[in-house]
Design a binder for this molecule. Structure first.
Ligand code: AMP
Ligand code: TRP
Length: 351
């Protein structure tokens, strides 16, 4: 009967070319800093119009370092408000909280069974975390990249906007995909990272990556006084001792950041090279520009924080919208791996 129905069905009309799907995740770490924005969030905003974009606040991942329930809830809401304030538009992208789609953790378990422990032990971020939190080397830290792979592949996303610090995680995601596909047949595409022009933003210390855990951030949605203080504290060209010494803008973090805050950065660089301007002037200008650039976003952020039910509605609707995609992938994966699937349930019921 069904064969006949298929035979007599009209020829399928060719579906329009679907837009490629992108996915990225960000930890609810409390604040969004300049490194997040220049390294990743700017791309989230830019790509949401060109691609089918899914963005996730990864609270399950945050549990590997945060064990305070109220704090985690608050930071999750703050991160959502920050991303919306910086330009994510719920009409054009899907924004949701990882734990609102618990299929991610089920898939992480299934992917863990095709992931050798040695791959996880050699992950650079695992080694760093072991040093940063020696009294809390929990299993989640080791398996963190498997959950990250699950986040991406559950939606079969092919592109992942991230900063360069995520390169090793993305490589591991591809290895996990290859391992799964080899064992169970072609199921997942191999995701590729997409970088901005600033894939690694250095912190105010001028040497290490900007990161909340290193305390070297510029908190772009914070009060202007805080931003000014953080920019003023930045380490510049350490070889420029006297005001009259010529500067080396290519090694100065303040000068490098000027690239992203105005079309006249070459002039600013020239001022440093010829000692026409001093580090103090260049920092003051950068602070003014950062404050001015993010001031509309800060206003939106404060409005959103004052309206938590709006933020919660956006997040809930994002998670609901993703349910069919997550469930479809899980049904496919369970069936391929020999677990419960739709046909198994039906067969069992009809006995
Ligand atoms: P995280 O706050 O670690 O969840 O990072 C969120 C996103 O921002 C990720 O895509 C990171 O790669 C990116 N990111 C974080 N810090 C930096 C940085 N200092 N430079 C460039 N990208 C960054
Ligand atoms: N590990 C990422 C970070 O620390 C966060 C993350 C979790 C992520 N799942 C992801 C990033 C999926 C990209 C895709 O920033």
């Amino acid at each position: 009967m069904s064969a006949l129905a298929t035979a007599s069905a009209p020829a399928p009309v060719e579906a329009p070319q679907a837009r490629a799907r992108i996915f990225s995740g960000i930890q609810p770490s409390g604040i969004v800093h300049l490194g997040n924005d220049l390294g990743a969030v700017r791309n989230y905003v830019r790509l949401q119009s060109e691609y089918e974009a899914i963005y996730c606040i990864v609270d399950y991942h945050a549990l590997t370092s945060t064990h305070d329930a109220d704090l985690l809830r608050e930071r999750t809401r703050e991160m959502a408000a920050s991303l919306l304030a910086l330009g994510l538009d719920p009409e054009r992208c899907t924004l949701f909280v990882q734990s609102h789609r618990p299929e991610h953790t089920e898939l992480a378990w299934l992917l863990a069974t095709v992931t050798p422990v040695s791959w996880l032990e050699r992950t650079p971020t695992y080694k760093e975390k072991r040093e940063q939190q020696p009294n809390d080397i929990n299993h989640g830290l080791l398996t963190y990249p498997v959950l990250q792979a699950a986040d991406i592949v559950i939606y079969k996303a092919t592109l992942v906007p991230v900063g360069k610090d995520q390169a090793a995680h993305l490589e591991l995601s591809r290895e996990i995909v290859r391992s799964f596909n080899n064992r169970y047949g072609d199921t997942f595409p191999q995701p590729q990272a997409v970088y901005t022009e600033a894939p690694v933003v250095l912190g105010t210390d001028g040497v290490r990556k900007m990161s909340k855990s290193l305390g070297n951030t510029i908190d772009i949605l914070g009060p202007p006084e805080l931003i000014r203080k953080q920019v003023t504290s930045m380490v510049t060209d350490t070889k420029r001792i006297l005001r009259t010494d010529p500067g080396r803008p290519e090694v100065c973090n303040v000068c490098r950041l000027h690239r992203f805050f105005g079309p006249d950065f070459e002039e600013i660089w020239e001022g440093e090279r010829t000692a026409r301007t001093g580090c103090v002037d260049t920092k003051k200008l950068l602070a003014d520009r950062i404050v001015a650039h993010y001031s509309p976003a800060r206003e939106r952020f404060l409005e959103l924080i004052a309206n938590p039910s709006l933020v919660e509605r956006i997040l809930e609707s994002g998670a609901d919208r993703l349910r069919p995609k997550a469930e479809a992938t899980m049904a496919e994966v369970r069936a391929k791996m020999g677990l419960r699937s739709g046909s198994w349930t039906q067969a069992a019921c009809s006995l």
